[in-house]
Design a protein around this ligand. Structure first.
Ligand SMILES: Cc1cc2nc3c(=O)[nH]c(=O)nc-3n(C[C@H](O)[C@H](O)[C@H](O)COP(=O)(O)OP(=O)(O)OC[C@H]3O[C@@H](n4cnc5c(N)ncnc54)[C@H](O)[C@@H]3O)c2cc1C
Length: 328
């Protein structure tokens, strides 16, 4: 029997959509493969009723609303995960690929002597006996990984959209008792809590992203992208130069050294499409690119492309969409 543990990450009491999709995807796999069972862990006070409406499949979900877990603390979180992995004798631990998991997963790997692979597509990771395939060197090559350790840890980057019915779920929600505080966590004090501007959603969680690069030309140029994002119910994202120039906050950076995103629509404005940027958008459903250079590499990955100057194309696009929304 292969037991998989899914870590469901929460922030401000809301479980991340990527974690929910990860759980549901693995549940779909478990429905087909009898030798796979899935259990979950959520740390920090979350709305369990809301969670029940989103999680499908069957299994056990451990949760603790202990205030110690409200904010991320690597020592506390690691201790909790290790306990559950041991208790359930898990052979694989899954995280959505987020800023938190990029820090926590390697620590757990060392602590539990587990093999770890980051940024893996879920079905490749969950393939039990065959090796795990993932891209390396920012998407330039594919590599197969084979593990000798009995325990594997994955952070999952691309998640398919799964339609499972939570109303038929058979999940046992098991509370964990408050844990005593450890001294080692004092070694990892919370230095700074960064709060995004009010009402601003995380790019990693957004369904629609209007991203801008150096071609936007400056911080002011992003005003049109903001308007478009507002109209479509999306968020603004940025390439690294747009962040390095100080036009956008670092929290919006997408790519190899930024965030991995998973939207249904990714609109790339004035972004050339470097491998480092594409590494973060690979699992977008539809990619649309606007660029004045018809040879820009972004057009190789775009489903739709508009060759033109942003300063002309964006106002026209915005105006056309506003008309459509007005008519509705
Ligand atoms: C280790 C490492 C990690 C990196 N990590 C990241 C990362 O996480 N994310 C990331 O984005 N980059 C990252 N980079 C940088 C990456 O290599 C590229 O330099 C970067 O992605 C380019 O950003 P850009 O497309 O905005 O800019 P550029 O490559 O300069 O492209 C600008 C584009 O805008 C177009 N353009 C210009 N003016 C207009 C106009 N008026 N209308 C329409 N189009 C216009 C141009 O034709 C061009 O294609 C990393 C690099 C390294 C070495």
């Amino acid at each position: 029997m292969n037991k998989y543990l899914v870590f469901l990450e929460q922030r401000e009491g809301i479980v991340k959509a990527a974690s929910i999709e990860l759980w549901n995807t693995l549940q779909q796999l478990a429905a087909v493969h009898e030798d796979i069972t899935v259990c979950g862990l959520v740390a920090g006070a979350v709305d369990l009723h809301q969670l029940r409406c989103t999680l499908a499949g069957k299994g056990v979900l451990y949760y603790t609303s202990d205030h110690q877990f409200t904010l991320y603390n690597s020592a506390r979180y690691a201790r909790l995960v290790v306990d559950i992995v041991k208790q359930e004798s898990c052979c694989a631990l899954f995280f959505a690929d987020t800023v938190l998991s990029r820090e926590l997963a390697p620590k757990l790997s060392i602590r539990m002597k587990a093999a770890m692979l980051s940024g893996v597509p879920v079905f490749d990771a969950a393939g039990v006996d065959s090796g795990t395939v993932r891209t390396v060197y920012s998407g330039s090559f594919m590599a197969s990984f084979f593990f000798e350790c009995p325990l594997r840890i994955y952070t999952i980057s691309s998640l398919p959209i799964i339609s499972m019915i939570p109303s038929r779920a058979q999940i046992d929600y098991i509370p964990l008792h408050p844990l005593s505080t450890d001294t080692d966590e004092e070694l990892f004090p919370l230095l700074r809590r960064m709060i995004m501007r009010e009402g601003r959603r995380d790019v990693a969680e957004a369904g629609i992203i209007i991203a801008g690069g150096r071609g936007v030309g400056g911080a002011d140029g992003f005003a049109l992208l903001e308007q478009l994002a507002l109209l479509l119910g999306g968020v603004v994202g940025a390439s690294r130069p747009a962040v390095d120039e100080g036009w956008r906050p670092q929290s919006e950076q997408i790519g190899q050294t930024g965030k991995t995103v998973n939207p249904t629509l990714y609109l790339a404005c004035g972004i050339s499409g470097s491998v480092q940027h594409i590494a973060g958008i690979g699992s977008s459903t539809v990619v649309v690119a606007i660029n004045n250079d018809s040879n820009a590499p972004i057009f190789d990955v775009a489903d739709y492309g508009i060759v033109g100057d942003l300063r002309r194309v964006l106002p026209e696009l915005l105006g056309a969409l506003q008309n459509i929304f007005r008519e509705q």
